[in-house]
Design a protein around this ligand. Sequence first.
Ligand SMILES: *Cc1c(COP(=O)(O)O)cnc(C)c1O
Length: 464
Amino acid sequence: MRYISTRGESPSLSFEEAMLTGLARDGGLYVPETWPQLSHDEIATMAGMSYEEVAFRVIKPFIGDTYTDGEFREILSKAYSSFKHDARCPLVQLGPNDFLLELHHGPTLAFKDVAMQLVGQMFEVSLKRRGEHVTIVGATSGDTGSAAIEAFRGLESVDVFIMYPHGRVSDVQRRQMTTPDDDNIHALAVDGDFDDCQAQLKNMFNDFEFRDEVKLAGVNSINWARVMAQVVYYFTSAVSLGAPHRKISFTVPTGNFGDIFAGYVAKRMGLPIERLVIATNQNDILHRTLTSGDHSKNGVTPSMSPSMDIQVSSNFERLLFDLYDREGGAISQLIGDLNSNGAFTLSQGALERLRDEFDSARCSEEDTSATIRFAQKHFGEIVCPHTAVAIKVAADVRGDHATPMVILATAHAAKFPDAVEAACDVRSDLPPHMDGLFERPERVTRVANDLSAIRDIIRKGITD
Ligand SMILES: *Cc1c(COP(=O)(O)O)cnc(C)c1O
């Protein structure tokens, strides 16, 4: 499989090159040249298989012969042995036709681990084989950073620099990034919001001299390998609920659009998904886009669900590429409008296609709290604020559809203990494997929202 840029100006790459590079040099995102197909029978045989075995079958068409089958099985087995549940991503039933897909059994208690643990193992095998060292720089609204750090800590072939918005991540999230003591791990607290961090990351990737000098690599959700790894749990969960013999719907708490885009990919591959529901908090640019076609930024308002506090939803570009018949020029124009005017408007055709594939709704802060309380009372489930947003939205859009609804539970409640306790009077404890998080010393560099200051810190911090 070859990978092409959504802006149409960069040469196509192999899977390994696309994974190690992250962002295309024309500013676009890599997508597979075609969507691979899994037949009805191939999906049916996944019933009862281990998570790793389903992952092998779903991912194989995207990576071709990048790794031997033996190597890839070994990579999968290492990646998911860090998960505390044998099913890796288990389902919990909430009601007759409603299910929670728990994606938070990995080392940092958020769904980012599902992809990042796999990407860490793939990077290691690829870089060792090529005899290369890379500098991974990431921007995080909270959960990506710690997931990347856990996936890459101690590896010789990578240095990891994670930028997070100073004062805008939870204590648990921050400590997960600042307490690992490995030399190759560097946490940077940026004076700005998540969009600033993400913009600096893009600036670094567009600075080709710096990019080549430090061998910059990205593992943000703009990295295709991340999205690819997330496609797997749409298959495992749908198949356990009866797919491909019946349709399944999903509601996804959405920020950067990586997770729900993976659901769209699963659908393109042949998984019978009826509805894909985008759930947003008060930062609702995607919901507004679906409602009116108007994709306009209007600032970030911090919320209880910080990992969704986003106005620029990077992976949305991958969907736009399909909505505009894979015309790179059209995408460059839209993103150009967004960068210069803070907005673009979808064509009528693109808007109709978007609505054919997705539903959306937003959830206010009050409703998020009320839903945490409701889930604790009625289902006996303590859920994180992101998951609560999705539970509320799923209930709003559900109507009398008989199709099973799978709601993605993206983080463990213990990552957001204050918001959860304020909502339902129950304190969610960290699991035992996180003991000591609040005792270990923190290591972090505070930095201005300034490209050259950030570049200097990275140049000086790289270990040899
Ligand atoms: C990252 C994250 C999200 C948003 O996922 P996207 O792929 O960015 O849409 C939702 N919930 C939690 C807990 C997250 O960490």
